[in-house]
Ligand binder design. Structure first.
Ligand SMILES: Nc1ncnc2c1ncn2[C@@H]1O[C@H](COP(=O)(O)OP(=O)(O)OP(=O)(O)O)[C@@H](O)[C@H]1O
Ligand SMILES: [Mg+2]
Length: 354
């Protein structure tokens, strides 16, 4: 195999690729490999480039068996990544292994996705298990000791209703998340009056619990333009953010919702929700939008939360190419800001928004 052919072969491979001779000296390497190892590789001994015994073992195995050998490698180069390394024999005309083609396929994203999937399944099972255990326990009590106790029956039926409703909310939230994931790349095109959405949310929250009545103050100028969005989805966002402010603040304290237009970038509309209360410690803030993440698990569950509200909020806002920020001080309170766009602009899809 001449040098030119080796170079062309390495060049044609879209991932880091190295061609070695039987003594593991590098004969050719593509630009992906040189970028990864930040070195000119041709002429170097493989062992000086990659010191992992498992990689060397796979090369030795190719020489022994004349068959392809693969292994998983975690490399700490520019960043820590995991690769599927493959060493494949390139046979010469007389049959022996003349060269070895060594490639590194970055599988970090697959590993991360697989881990996220299994964590998600474990979380969903866990969240469903507690109401189910409680339901089974109550049914057994109703069939047995409480069979003829009218008062206990009433109480247990109410408990069963609570647990069934909790499971139903969980399933609804999960469905809502999966629908949002499917259409996340399609930005909504309707025009929405944010003030009306926020007013409706505040009214429905006040009607849902007497302690939420008269606590939310909306401050806005009359000239705030319509935003581009999906009315039902934005209702869900502000329902969660305003409800969170009500749930996790000191009872009776005011919640201020401000809707304003950015004076410099006029197509940016900001809604802030401010509460006075326990606040959120800084280490929790980046994790709030993870599914099922709650700062105080017991408390959130007891209030009836699924812990999916912020994950749904983030997905909806991503679809809206909108931005979400959370600022908080322990013991003082929390300020959540949402920045939406008032009208489509040609650069929309390139905007760097979370
Ligand atoms: N304004 C806030 N002040 C203090 N903590 C907050 C605030 N907003 C959110 N949190 C914390 O973030 C967690 C995640 O919020 P999220 O809306 O996802 O879940 P939830 O409100 O517990 O449940 P759900 O939204 O399903 O009813 C909450 O459990 C709470 O610990
Ligand atoms: Mg919530």
């Amino acid at each position: 195999m001449d040098q030119n052919f080796q170079n062309n072969l390495a060049k044609a491979i879209p991932i880091p690729a190295i061609i070695l001779d039987p003594s593991f000296r590098i004969l050719a390497a593509n630009k992906h490999a040189e970028k990864l190892f930040e070195a000119e590789l041709i002429g170097l001994d493989f062992v000086r480039v990659l010191r992992q015994p498992i990689a060397l073992e796979s090369l030795a195995k190719v020489m022994r068996t004349r068959k392809q050998a693969t292994c998983k490698l975690t490399l700490n180069l520019q960043t820590r990544r995991t690769y599927l390394a493959s060493a494949a024999p390139l046979s010469g005309s007389v049959g022996g292994v003349e060269h070895i083609l060594f490639t590194l396929q970055d599988i970090s994203a697959e590993i991360k996705a697989e881990k996220a999937r299994s964590t998600f399944v474990a979380n969903v099972s866990h969240e469903l298990r507690s109401p189910l255990t409680s339901l089974i326990g109550v049914v057994e009590t109703l069939k047995g000791p409480a069979r003829n106790d009218e008062k206990a029956r009433e109480r247990f039926l109410e408990l069963m209703q609570d647990e069934a409703e909790r499971m139903s909310r969980l399933v609804e939230d999960l469905l809502s998340l999966s629908k949002l994931e499917a259409k996340e790349h399609l930005p909504p095109r309707d025009r929405v009056n944010l003030l009306k959405v926020v007013q409706m949310v505040v009214r429905s929250l006040a009607a849902s619990k007497p302690e939420y009545d008269n606590r939310v103050e909306i401050i806005t100028t009359e000239t705030v333009p319509m935003v581009r969005g999906d009315k039902d989805e934005l209702t869900e966002v502000f329902q969660n953010l305003i409800e969170n402010a009500l749930k996790y603040s000191t009872p009776g304290t005011p919640i201020i919702v401000r809707i304003s237009q950015n004076s410099e970038m006029q197509n940016r509309i900001t809604v802030t929700i401010q509460d006075i209360g326990e606040g959120i410690a800084p280490e929790h803030i980046p994790r709030l939008t993870e599914r099922f993440y709650r700062v105080d698990k017991g408390r959130s569950r007891q209030i009836g939360g699924t812990g999916l509200g912020m994950a749904i909020t983030k997905h909806i806002l991503n679809r809206h190419r909108a931005r979400l920020t959370v600022k908080s001080k322990r013991g003082k309170g929390t300020l959540v800001s949402v920045i939406l766009m008032s009208k489509p602009s040609p650069t929309d899809d390139n905007d760097e928004l979370s």
